[in-house]
Design a protein around this ligand. Structure first.
Ligand code: ADP
Ligand code: F6P
Length: 517
């Protein structure tokens, strides 16, 4: 009997669907936009590349039936309450996440978490296999689904399989701690093409295959030893934002009026500083607050002339490291405001909410200085969103050299967030640099994002997937997938031409800001 079920030429699989199911106290179901950069980027890709999206609906229990939304076919995958705990909170976010982010907090290893990870990855692969048309392109996303490529290959050897890592891939010395390291590498090697944010990440992966699996690798290609003769290509292909879509949103008169209103409601400060992050220990929010507090204590800056808005989106709140981070951040904000705020002029405006895209664009436009200070971040799309929204060439971006974004936006006011003195200096430079110089920097940053938007990224990714393990021919609209995108992979500052330097060698900050109290 032939099935009449519709299948798709492009199937994306990500841990989350683009929408998140939320059930209120009365039992009413509401669907909200899912958090995070993956959804922001992939949602705009799917608008121009229709297909199916396989993902978790965000709550525990049976999967709701598939449904269509904004031209996408959404295929929910169900996770039981135990799987949410063991697969999502446990193995994904308490084992892999710390290891892949330089072990900023210690990783936990539990065999039952691993068992859930295997089981859920297989379930995702089964759903993908059902949705994919013959010869389809399957595009698997992120660290939660590293076994899915091999499972999909077992089920559907006819499809092309790509995987993209939105977060860093760790050096082999850290990756080797994982008791399941070989299985993870073998899972990924089920793909035809593996995309990473930075060349350093791709190189870490290739090195891990060589050292831990004993495979032969040449450049970006790893040769399998299973008798298939198959090779897998691994390279950097950094993700981006929907530049045109977001820029035109930021140009809407209502959004611009809202930006003005935000500034007015904050008392029209001379300098409005902004941080926008998921509440994650990778984002360097503690370091940022420490640097800001010291600048206030040393009277370089102070409210009401200078103020900080910190938007901290709730994230993974049942994982202990996230719970304690939230407590610590909220205590710090309370202390700073208690000691350094004024009546009607708090030093930090702390917002623990999710906002619509229009409000985010208005916030970006309102901010004179954007603070993006992660200790480690695969990309950090917020940095790219900020420059995209600054069509007026206003504003200044303080950017950590430990983000993927810095490898493209190295003209920004670079900082090493571990170096608190250096971070303070970068913040002061972002405030004090003359307007014309800041405009020149902003123009360069915007050009980079405009030329390397998410649509170009998706075109390059899919061309690379089709050609893998070969390198595709250059695309006249936007470069071949092999084109080196990052100006440099490690060596901070060495090739920074326009941007100010980041290190202070521990020397104290000297410059004072005019508006200091
Ligand atoms: P991550 O994926 O680690 O969360 P990114 O910076 O890459 O970090 O992406 C975060 C995405 O979430 C961006 O698109 C940003 O605009 C969005 N975002 C962050 N905070 C909020 C918020 N409070 N409300 C709405 N969107 C937010
Ligand atoms: O890329 C990092 C990531 O885990 C994405 O998968 C997701 O977009 C984002 O962070 C948010 O995380 P979570 O889905 O755990 O809320």
């Amino acid at each position: 009997m032939t099935s009449t079920r519709k299948t798709f030429d492009l199937v994306v699989a990500a841990n989350r669907l683009p929408v998140d199911k939320q059930v209120d106290e009365q039992g009413n179901v509401e669907w909200h936009r899912s958090p995070g950069g993956l959804v922001t980027a992939m949602e705009s890709v799917m608008r121009s590349n229709p297909g199916a999206w396989v993902g978790w609906s965000g709550d525990a229990g049976e999967a709701p039936p598939p449904f269509d939304e904004e031209g996408m076919h959404l295929r929910p995958v169900g996770l039981s309450a135990e799987e949410v705990r063991d697969f999502y909170e446990g193995f994904s976010n308490d084992t892999l996440w710390p290891i892949y982010h330089d072990v900023i907090v210690p990783a936990s290893f539990h065999r039952e978490w691993w068992a859930a990870y295997v089981r859920v990855n297989r379930r995702f692969a089964e759903a993908v296999a059902e949705e994919a048309a013959p010869g389809a392109r399957v595009w698997i996303q992120d660290y939660q689904l590293q076994l899915a490529p091999a499972f999909v290959r077992q089920l559907r050897p006819d499809v092309r399989i790509g995987w993209f890592n939105h977060i860093p891939f760790p050096p082999v010395e850290l990756f080797a701690q994982l008791p399941w390291r070989s299985s993870l590498l073998e899972g990924l090697l089920g793909a035809d093409f593996l995309g990473f944010q930075r060349q350093a990440d791709a190189r870490n992966f290739v090195r891990a295959c060589r050292q831990l699996l004993g495979l032969r690798a040449k450049g970006e290609r790893v040769a399998l030893d299973d008798g298939s003769g198959r090779q897998v290509r691994a390279t950097a292909i950094p993700i981006s934002v929907d530049y045109r879509g977001l820029e035109s949103l930021a140009q809407q008169p209502e959004v611009m009026a809202r930006a003005k209103e935000i500034r007015e409601s904050l008392g029209n400060p001379d300098v409005l500083m902004l941080g926008v992050d998921r509440l994650d220990y990778t984002k360097g929010i503690r370091h940022r607050l420490k640097a800001y507090e010291e600048l206030l204590l040393e009277r370089h800056i102070g409210p009401p002339d200078v103020t900080l808005v910190q938007v901290a989106t709730p994230s993974r709140e049942r994982v202990e490291a996230y719970r304690s981070l939230r407590e610590e951040i909220e205590q710090t904000v309370g202390r700073i405001n208690g000691e350094l705020g004024k009546i009607g002029a708090p030093a930090v405006h702390y917002l623990h909410h999710s906002y619509p895209r229009e409000e985010m664009a208005a916030l970006f436009q309102a901010a004179d200085v954007m603070l993006v200070t992660p200790l480690r971040d695969g990309m950090n799309l917020v940095a790219k969103e900020y420059v995209t929204c600054r069509h007026d060439l206003g504003g200044a971006l303080v950017l950590s050299e430990f983000t993927g974004a810095w490898h493209e936006l190295h003209q920004a006011f670079t900082c090493n967030p571990h170096d608190i003195e250096g971070l303070k200096q970068a913040m002061l430079r972002a405030i004090n640099t003359p307007k014309r110089d800041k405009e020149r920097i902003m123009r360069a940053l915007r050009r980079r994002v405009a030329d390397h938007d998410v649509q170009r990224w998706a075109r390059r990714y899919l061309a690379a997937l089709d050609a893998a393990p070969d390198v595709p021919a250059p695309d006249p609209r936007g470069g071949a997938a092999s084109a080196p995108v990052a100006p440099h992979d490690s060596a901070p500052s060495a090739s920074v031409k326009e941007g100010p330097r980041t290190e202070t060698d521990g020397r104290p900050v000297r410059a004072r800001v005019g508006s200091g109290r």
